[in-house]
Write a protein that binds this ligand. Structure first.
Ligand code: KG4
Ligand code: ZN
Length: 340
């Protein structure tokens, strides 16, 4: 049995987790920063980094207390070192390197987005590969061709906004608090997804890249008028009108995401599809992808809701596979805002 300590700090969640053999989550501790960033409507990198500094040691200690483990029980440390906000990533990377040195443990580094992909395997053993993975978060909208957990090829990504970013921006237009995804989902429950025909930007039949900026602009025009002068028009909308905007916007995003995921599956001829990332917590997306896969007799494996948004369990989980493959890193490890 192998126990990995995972450390995650790529955006605005400081998290530590202990995971056994890549799937059994022994402990998970997360310090969120929503209250810090809420008044700015998005994550402020400098403030995020400062909060990570304050939170990193307490979350690691909390995970070790929760798991009732000592340093001797830990086989290796895994840290997300890319992609993300560099000042945020640096805190996790520095903590991981320091502990690996002080405790004399091997160190592995993982790509945060690949971690989201691994989260579908937490808690339960699943036979997943080969597969198409759709990873939808605040910073990424990505389609991967996955031969295995460590053989991933990016075959589609966003050319502008990420899906989660679009949720957050539309929430801002509707004057809902950050992060907007869960707020839009809640509001959409009382709305009609067919009330407004928002555009679906597919970029051509079979194309696997995504674009959400046109959709976001369409929502903006709808709520503020073509002249964009109606910023306060939202205040005059009824709750039902706002719910219709939320539901119609959500339906457009879900339609585009699932359509392209199906195209990728058809192009590769696979029968397994994986869904992860913060936006994968969205019920409409989960149900639509599941339904489309059921019609085709494909296996659709979705990350458990509690592991969709940023967490260190996925970092420890993927770290286990890198540990097994002997993919260790040294003290020269750096934090990087882009994927490596
Ligand atoms: O994966 P994540 O925690 O962070 C990044 O790696 O970016 O994803 C956060 C994103 C945010 O944009 C948030 O609004 C969105 O995921 N999100 C949702 C839901 N829960 C979180 N979007 C739609 N529906 C949700 N239920
Ligand atoms: Zn993430």
């Amino acid at each position: 049995m192998t126990l990995i300590l995972g450390i995650e700090s790529s955006c605005d969640e400081t998290s530590a987790a202990l995971v056994r053999d890549g799937k059994e989550v022994i402990a998970l501790s997360i310090a969120a920063q929503e209250q810090i960033h809420q008044k700015y409507g998005g994550v402020v990198p400098e403030l995020a980094a400062r909060a990570h500094i304050e939170n990193i040691i307490p979350v690691i200690k909390a995970a070790m207390d929760q798991g009732d483990v000592t340093v001797d029980d830990i086989d290796a440390i895994s840290v997300a070192n890319c992609p993300g906000l560099t000042p945020s990533l640096l805190i996790g990377v520095t903590a991981a390197k320091t502990l690996a040195w002080a405790w004399d443990k091997p160190l592995v580094a993982v790509n945060h987005v690949h971690g989201h992909l691994q989260s579908v395997m937490l808690d339960e053993e699943k036979d997943c590969f080969p597969a198409i993975a759709l990873i939808v978060s605040g910073g990424h909208t990505s389609l991967y061709d996955c031969k295995s957990l460590l053989e991933l090829e990016l075959i589609g990504s966003t050319v502008d906004d990420a899906a989660g970013e679009a949720f957050d921006k539309v929430a801002m237009i509707l004057k809902l608090p950050y992060p907007g995804g869960p707020q839009i989902e809640k509001l959409a429950r009382d709305g009609d997804p067919n009330a407004i025909k928002f555009p679906r930007s597919l970029l051509g039949k079979g194309a696997l890249n995504f674009s959400f900026s046109g959709l976001k602009t369409a929502v903006l025009y709808h709520c503020r008028g073509q002249d964009m002068l109606g910023a306060d028009q939202v205040d005059n909308m009824t709750e039902k009108e706002k719910a219709d905007v939320a539901a119609s916007f959500q339906a457009a995003v879900v339609d585009v995401l699932t359509t392209k995921a199906i195209w990728a599956m058809e192009q590769m001829g696979y029968e397994n599809i994986l869904l992860g990332g913060g936006v994968a917590a969205n019920t409409a997306l989960r149900e639509e992808l599941q339904a489309k896969c059921q019609q085709r007799n494909w296996q659709c494996i979705i990350s458990p809701r509690k592991y969709c948004t940023d967490n260190a369990a996925m970092v420890a989980g993927l770290g286990f596979h890198k540990f097994k493959a002997g993919l260790f890193v040294g003290w020269e490890l750096e934090a990087s805002s882009s994927s490596k």
